[in-house]
Design a protein around this ligand. Structure first.
Ligand SMILES: Nc1nc2c(c(=O)[nH]1)N[C@H]1C(S)=C(S)[C@@H](COP(=O)(O)OP(=O)(O)OC[C@H]3O[C@@H](n4cnc5c(=O)[nH]c(N)nc54)[C@H](O)[C@@H]3O)O[C@H]1N2
Ligand SMILES: Nc1nc2c(c(=O)[nH]1)N[C@H]1C(S)=C(S)[C@@H](COP(=O)(O)OP(=O)(O)OC[C@H]3O[C@@H](n4cnc5c(=O)[nH]c(N)nc54)[C@H](O)[C@@H]3O)O[C@H]1N2
Ligand SMILES: [Mo]
Length: 752
C-alpha cells in the first residue's frame, strides 16, 4: 500500500526565497495555515526584496490575504491557467530563448498548445479575469528570478500529474530553473513525508525511486545480502514483483472487488501503520471494506479512527506505538535536507517504536535475519560484504540507506555526518544553509543529492553555475540519449562550472565511463565496478566522477514531452464532476483506465454518466485549518486545539446559504454524486464565492449522520468529533498517481 500524496520536492529552499526571489507565485497551497514557517519566509521576501506575492486559489485564504495579486481560480483549471500565462509570455517574446535552446527538449508542442489559450479563452475556463492573466504573466516576466510554490490544490486532481508538469514547464520557459531564487518549491506535508517517499512508502517503486524491475530487485537483493530467488519466493508468483501494489487511495477496492481488480486474491487483512484512514477519499467505501476484512491491525500512538468508523466488533487490534519523542534517527525535510533527531524519553508504558514492531513481526514470520542483514554489511576494498555480527540501531540503518540509495544521491548521508550537523546547528546560516567553523564547506542537512561523504549537499537543484562537488549539476539524463532523432543531452555550451567534461554528457555506466570521462580503468577496477552509477556498490563510478567534476546522473535536457504518458504534453481536462457541462464536451477527461495500481478506474464514463452540475450545483473544496492536522485525531484529543474548531463546519457565502434558508450556524446536509451525505454546520464566510463551499478535512467519528463515538475505547474519545469531508469528496483519481480528486468536485446542499 502506498502514500501517493506527495509529488515532488523543493528544488530550492525557504532561505533561498528570502535571499533571492524577486517574485513568488503560490498556486494551490495555503502556507499561512498549512506551513506557517514557510509563510514567514515568503513575507520576508516581500519585505526584503519587494518581491510581489501572487496567490492563485479558489478560496480567499489567509495566504491570499497577504497577496499583491490574488487570482480566484475555478478548481481543476490550473493547466489552462498556466497555458494562459505561457500564451502571453510567448506572444511578447518573454521566454528565455537561450535557456530553452540549451537545456529544454520538446517545447514546440507546448508553444503550439499555448497559442490556443489567449486571455479570453483562459478566463472563460478558469474564471480569472483576462486582464489579471496578462498582469501576472507580466509580473513573472519582469521580476526574475521568480519562484513557484505549490501543494495540494495542484496535486489532488484527476489531472494532478499534468498540473505538476505544466508549472515546471512555465519555470523552464522563464529560465527560472537551476537558479537561486527560482525553481519549484513544492511544500511537502507531514513531518518526514519527503523521507517517507524517498524511502518508498509507495506502491509503485522500490526505495530511492528504483523502478519495479528485475534489475532493481537484483540490486536490492545484493544490497541486502539476500538471494534473489529467496526474495522472489516471498511473492505469490514472480510476476507480482514487478507489478504496482494497491494504493492507499483505492485499497478498499481490493477488498470489495466491485470494480475490475487485478490481484492474486482479495485483500483480507489490513495493517495500518501511521495513516489516518479517514483522511482517505471515499470514506463510505473505506467503512464497507473495513467491515468486510478478516483482520484489522492498527499501529498508532492514538486510537486511529479506522477502529471507530467500522461496525465490526471483533478482530481489531490496536498496537500502541511510540511517538517521535520516544525514537531516534533521521528525518527528511521538504527541502531535501536530513535532520538527526534524538530520543527525548524512552517509550512510555507498553508502547513500542515502529521499527521494533516490524522487527517483532519479521521474527514471527521467520525472516528477521534477512530483514536486518544489510545493517551488518559494508563496502570494503570496493566489495560489499558482511563486516560485523550485530547492528547498532539507528546508525546502521542510516548507513545502509547511504550505501544503497544512489538515485537521489544519498551517498553522503552517513549517521556520523548527520549527527555532526545536529550537534553543530549553531554553525549554519539559517538562510543560506552554509556552514561555518567545523561545518565550513557543507550545507545544513546535506540537501540531496549529496553524492558521497565529502559532498556538501545541493541546496539548489540543476544549478550549472556551481561545481558538482560544491552542489551544482545539470538536468538528469533519465530518458535515453535521444528521442525521435533529437539528442536528450544538454547542448555543448552547457558546461557545469569547473567540470573537466565540456557540454552535456550521458549518465555514467560501466560501458561508457572510459569514453565519457576520458580515463582508463585498471583491471581491478573493471572487475569491481557496477553496471551503472545507480547500482555501483564499489564506489568507483562516483570517485571517478568526483575527479572530473561530473554528476554521475548526466547533464541532459529537461523534457516537456513525456512520450509514455496518456497526455504527452499537459492538456486541460475538466474535472470528473465539473460545474461546466459545456466545457466537458470541449475538454473531456481521459478514457476509463483498465488497470492502474491493480484496479480499474472510471474517468469518462463517470464524467458523462449524467449532467452532474444539474443535481449538484455547488463546487466543493477541502482545506486545512491551522489547529488541526491530517485525520485530526491528535489535535482533537487536545483540549486547547479542539476548542478553536469545536465542530465540523463548512465555509459558505451568506448569499448561497440564504438560497437554502440557512442562517449562520445552522446544520445542513451536503450530498455527493456517489450518493453519500454528511451533516455539518454552515459557517458564514466571505472567503468563498456563492458558487463553492470549503470544508476542513480533519474530522471523523460521524458517518453520514450516524454518531460512531460509542466505538472509542473508554477514555480515548477526542474532545471533538464530526463528519469527515472525505465521505463526500467525489469519485475521481489522478491518471498516473491515483491521488484522489479531493479538490475538484460538486455537492448539493439541503437544510437539515
Ligand atoms: N479531503 C482531503 N483529504 C485529504 C487531504 C486533503 O487535502 N483533503 N490531504 C491528504 C494528504 S496530503 C495527506 S498527507 C493525508 C494525511 O492523512 P494521514 O496520513 O491520515 O495523517 P495524520 O492524521 O497526520 O496521521 C495518521 C496517523 O499516524 C499516527 N502517527 C503519528 N505519529 C506516528 C508514528 O510515529 N508511528 C505511527 N505508526 N503512527 C503515527 C497518527 O496518530 C494518525 O492516526 O490526508 C489526505 N487526505
Ligand atoms: N495545520 C495543518 N498544517 C498542515 C496539515 C494539516 O492537516 N494541518 N497537513 C500537512 C500536509 S500532509 C500537507 S500535504 C500540507 C498541504 O498544504 P496545502 O496544500 O497548502 O494545504 P491546503 O489547505 O489543503 O491548501 C490547498 C489550497 O489549494 C486550494 N485549491 C483547491 N483546489 C484548487 C485548484 O484546483 N487550483 C488551485 N490553484 N488551488 C486549489 C484550496 O482552496 C486550498 O487553499 O499541509 C501540511 N500542513
Ligand atoms: Mo500531505
Amino acid at each position: 500500500m502506498a502514500n501517493t500524496w506527495g509529488y515532488g520536492a523543493m528544488t530550492n529552499h525557504f532561505g533561498d526565497v528570502v535571499q533571492n526571489s524577486k517574485a513568488m507565485m503560490v498556486i494551490g497551497g495555503n502556507p499561512a495555515a498549512a506551513n506557517p514557517i514557510g509563510m514567514k519566509h515568503f513575507l520576508q521576501a516581500k519585505d526584503r526584496n519587494g518581491a510581489p506575492l501572487i496567490v492563485v486559489d479558489p478560496v480567499y485564504t489567509k495566504t491570499a490575504a497577504k497577496a499583491d495579486h490574488y487570482l480566484r481560480i475555478r478548481t481543476g483549471t490550473d493547466v489552462a491557467f498556466v497555458y494562459g500565462l505561457l500564451h502571453v509570455i510567448f506572444k511578447n517574446g518573454w521566454e528565455d530563448k537561450e535557456f530553452i535552446n540549451e537545456r529544454v527538449y520538446g517545447l514546440d508542442e507546448i508553444k503550439a498548445e499555448a497559442k490556443k489559450w489567449n486571455p479570453e479563452q483562459t478566463s472563460d475556463v478558469t474564471g480569472i479575469p483576462a486582464e489579471q492573466i496578462v498582469q501576472v504573466a507580466t509580473v513573472l516576466a519582469k521580476n526574475k528570478p521568480a519562484t513557484v510554490v505549490w501543494a495540494l490544490g495542484i496535486t489532488q486532481h484527476s489531472t494532478g500529474t499534468s498540473n505538476t508538469r505544466i508549472i515546471p514547464i512555465l519555470q523552464l520557459v522563464l529560465g527560472n530553473m537551476g537558479k537561486k531564487g527560482g525553481g519549484c518549491n513544492i511544500i511537502r506535508g507531514h513531518d518526514n513525508v519527503q523521507g517517507s517517499t524517498d524511502m518508498c512508502c509507495l506502491a509503485d517503486s522500490l526505495p530511492g525511486y528504483y523502478g519495479l524491475s528485475t534489475g532493481s530487485w537484483k540490486y536490492y537483493a545484493k544490497s541486502w545480502g539476500v538471494d534473489f530467488k529467496w526474495l522472489e519466493g516471498q511473492f505469490a508468483a514472480p510476476k507480482w514483483m514487478n507489478e504496482k501494489g494497491f494504493s492507499l487511495a483505492k485499497w478498499w477496492q481490493g477488498v470489495l472487488q466491485e470494480e475490475k481488480t487485478y490481484s492474486s486474491s482479495p485483500i483480507r487483512a489490513l495493517w495500518v501503520q501511521g495513516n489516518g484512514i479517514t483522511s482517505m477519499a471515499q470514506t463510505a467505501k473505506v467503512q464497507e471494506a473495513l467491515d468486510k476484512l478478516d483482520l484489522l491491525v492498527i499501529a498508532d500512538p492514538f486510537v486511529n479512527e479506522a477502529a471507530v468508523i467500522t461496525n465490526r466488533t471483533d478482530d481489531v487490534y490496536i498496537l500502541p506505538i511510540a511517538t517521535q519523542f520516544e525514537t531516534e534517527g533521521s528525518v527528511t525535510a521538504t527541502n531535501r535536507t536530513s535532520q538527526w533527531r534524538s530520543k527525548v524519553v524512552e517509550p512510555l508504558y507498553e508502547c513500542k517504536a515502529d521499527h521494533e514492531v516490524m522487527f517483532a513481526f519479521a521474527k514471527k514470520f521467520g525472516f528477521y535475519d534477512e530483514y536486518t542483514r544489510a545493517m551488518k554489511m559494508d563496502v570494503k576494498d570496493g566489495v560489499l560484504q558482511t563486516v560485523k555480527k550485530d547492528f547498532n540501531w539507528p546508525d546502521d540503518a542510516s548507513d545502509e540507506i547511504a550505501r544503497i540509495v544512489k538515485t537521489i544521491g544519498l551517498g553522503g548521508w552517513t549517521a556520523k555526518r548527520l549527527r555532526e550537523h545536529q550537534e553543530n546547528w549553531h554553525m549554519f546560516d539559517p538562510l543560506s544553509l552554509e556552514g561555518y567553523g567545523p561545518m565550513k564547506g557543507q550545507y545544513y542537512g546535506l540537501p540531496w543529492p549529496s553524492w558521497d561523504t565529502k559532498h556538501p549537499g545541493s541546496p539548489v537543484l540543476y544549478d550549472v553555475d556551481t561545481p558538482v562537488n560544491e552542489g551544482g549539476m545539470g538536468f538528469r539524463n533519465r530518458f535515453g540519449l535521444e528521442h525521435n532523432g533529437v539528442s536528450q543531452l544538454a547542448e555543448s555550451s552547457v558546461t557545469v562550472k569547473g567540470s573537466k567534461i565540456k557540454g552535456g554528457y550521458p549518465e555514467i555506466t560501466k560501458d561508457n565511463i572510459e569514453k565519457v570521462l576520458g580515463i582508463t580503468l585498471t583491471a581491478d577496477e573493471k572487475s569491481k565496478i557496477g553496471a551503472n552509477w545507480k547500482v555501483d556498490h564499489s564506489g568507483i563510478i562516483q570517485a571517478k566522477c568526483r575527479e572530473k567534476g561530473v554528476a554521475p546522473y548526466g547533464n541532459a535536457k529537461a523534457r516537456s514531452i513525456v512520450w509514455n504518458f496518456p497526455d504527452p504534453i499537459p492538456l486541460h481536462r475538466e474535472p470528473i464532476h465539473s460545474p461546466r457541462p459545456d466545457l466537458v464536451e470541449r475538454f473531456p477527461t481521459y478514457p476509463d483506465q483498465e488497470n492502474n495500481f491493480r484496479v480499474e478506474t472510471k474517468f469518462i464514463s463517470e464524467q458523462t454518466k449524467q449532467v452532474w452540475a444539474k443535481d449538484f450545483p455547488t463546487m466543493l473544496v477541502t482545506m486545512r485549518v491551522v489547529n488541526l492536522s491530517g485525520a485530526g485525531m491528535l489535535e482533537r484529543s487536545s483540549k486547547y486545539l479542539s476548542h478553536i474548531t469545536p465542530e465540523m463546519f463548512a465555509n459558505i457565502h451568506p448569499d448561497l446559504a440564504l438560497e437554502y434558508g440557512l442562517k449562520d450556524g445552522d446544520m445542513m446536509w451536503l450530498h455527493a454524486p456517489q450518493g453519500t451525505k454528511i451533516k455539518v454546520k454552515a459557517q458564514y464566510s466571505f472567503s468563498v464565492t456563492p458558487d463553492r463551499i470549503a470544508l476542513p478535512y480533519n474530522f471523523a467519528g460521524m458517518m453520514q449522520g450516524v454518531d460512531m463515538s460509542q466505538n472509542y475505547p473508554e477514555g480515548t474519545k477526542p474532545y471533538t468529533t464530526g463528519e469527515s469531508s472525505n465521505t463526500i469528496t467525489n469519485y475521481g483519481f489522478d491518471i498516473i498517481t491515483q491521488i484522489p480528486e479531493f479538490n475538484a468536485g460538486l455537492c448539493r446542499i439541503e437544510k437539515a
